[in-house]
Design a protein around this ligand. Structure first.
Ligand code: SF4
Length: 171
């Protein structure tokens, strides 16, 4: 697609862009740290135990990993998340998935739901005209960051304490 130079990030890269550009760059360069934090383990348990009856983990083009989908009048794609305080990050990821369905897969209309089982709540995500323009801009920014020759300088932020790269950045 001309609009984004053919470059398409993964959903994880979209999330990391919204959280921390250092984390995005490290992840995109296959620099991974062993992550055994309680937080990650709890997240996995929630993910595995929630919505057992639903079909799970639909991987598309190795870019998108949907936790499950439901097909009624409209296709609805679902994400299952733990941390409600990252709702803006999760919303952006799902907006990207909706954009991907619309422009790359050419499947439309599609709606998104973020499920927070521990909070017993859901967030509905739709894609409006403004979002349609925002997502290609973000894709281009992500491409620029991951193609930088050196890692962006870390900045201490609240998610650092739970980040797999904490020791890389701060120890
Ligand atoms: S520890 Fe903080 S600065 Fe380093 S990658 Fe993680 S979130 Fe970014």
């Amino acid at each position: 697609m001309d609009l984004v130079n053919g470059y398409l990030p993964s959903g994880t890269e979209i999330q990391y862009y919204a959280i921390c550009h250092t984390k995005l760059w490290l992840f995109a360069h296959y620099i991974r740290m062993e992550d055994n934090s309680d937080d990650v383990i709890i997240g996995r348990i929630i993910h595995e135990d929630s919505y057992k009856r639903e079909q799970k983990e639909i991987i598309i083009h190795d870019k998108i990993a949907l936790d499950f989908v439901k097909k009624g009048d409209t296709l609805v794609i679902h994400e299952v998340k733990k941390e409600y305080n990252l709702v803006d990050v999760h919303r952006l990821q799902l907006m990207y998935y909706l954009w991907y369905f619309h422009h790359i897969l050419e499947i439309w209309p599609v709606e998104g739901i973020i499920n927070y089982p521990t909070h017993k709540t859901q967030e509905k995500v739709m894609l409006n005209d403004q979002d349609e323009m925002l997502i290609p801009e973000i894709i281009l920014k992500i491409e620029k960051i991951v193609h930088q020759s050196s890692v962006p300088i870390p900045k201490k932020i609240r998610p650092c304490s739970k980040c797999a790269y904490f020791e890389f950045c701060w120890v």
